[in-house]
Design a protein around this ligand. Sequence first.
Ligand code: PMP
Length: 388
Amino acid sequence: GKAVCECNSCFGGPDCSQFFPGCVADADGGDPLFLEPFWIHHAASSALVVAGWHRMSYVFNDHSFISHELEKQIHKLHSVAKNAVTEGKYIIFGAGSTQLISAAVYALSPDNSSSPARVVASIPYYPIYQIQTDFFNSVNFEFQGDASLWKTNNSDSSTNVIEFVTSPNNPDGQLKKAVLQGSSSVKAIHDHAYYWPHFTAIPAPADEDIMIFTISKLTGHAGSRFGWAVVKDEAVYQRMVWYMTLSSMGVSRDAQLRALKLLKVVLKGDGRRIFDYAYNTMSKRWEKLSRAVSKSKRYSLQEIPSQYCNFFKKVRGPSPAYAWLKCEREEDEDCTAVLKAAKIIGRSGSKFSAGNRNVRLSLLKSQDDFELMLHRIYDLVHSEEDGS
Ligand code: PMP
């Protein structure tokens, strides 16, 4: 266990055992603390001690910014998880996938163009794509909103289009394909942050030109800021390397060391333990929540089909990272406010460009956080039966 306990907002007292009944269930945010018990179980084998003299240099022995040992483990990881084809492709590291998202947009955009690349995504989409693209305010790319609006305008091949494809999607957990395809001026960035057996069936290994992954949602170490991209085209890879060189001279060597240690534990033996643990946890959470919400007429959840999973070698049910809850009643236009009145904090659908009828609830947090949210949902659904 932990020597010092950090109480969540619903517990207090010296050992966090005192429950505050009126407290709010915070289901906002994507911190993947559901994996904390796994790492407590593997505390010794995952521990890292680094002497002061170790890895002081800007570069590794081969003068690069990346650990080839870590790169090897990442290839192995994908072959175990069966979620991506990496043979013959380039791997580049980033400070979380957040940095790689911006590196990829840069790499796919023209230089000094009179027609900036249009960056698009399908609604509902993860807001950082837009916020980051707007923030960098480049003459070479511009966020243009909903991907499907550009479907018919595709003939204008002088302008590059960069489509973000998030699969499974944040917020709704659906497996997605690119909406815009078929023209050489359309390029896709596949964000596979959640493409792990934890959160979805793996129907086949992904084999797209640019795929982005992160340990944040794989091992739960969001704070280490370590992600990677698998890139097919050498020129695109070189532009991403250039971006990483200029912005931070590569990823912290300490973060790489931590990631290496964690992946070695993940891959120990047959490399299935973390996937079994994560899938069990997430699918149980989904079952409990969806059973509770199914009793309601006012609220519904997204539907995720059962699918054959090439990792588990069987048809498996849903285990999404987030619930995408919808308020069905006409008058519940602001679903976030309805939930807030029931002491549940979610993230409004409008943040994902989807309007206020939907709210995203995180299923990734600690067991305490999840159980509290579930209890608040039970109360909400019961109050509906009472007619209150
Ligand atoms: N992509 C998606 C779809 C995400 O949900 C997140 C985190 N919530 C990220 C990227 C960024 O993750 P990180 O920078 O921690 O790798």
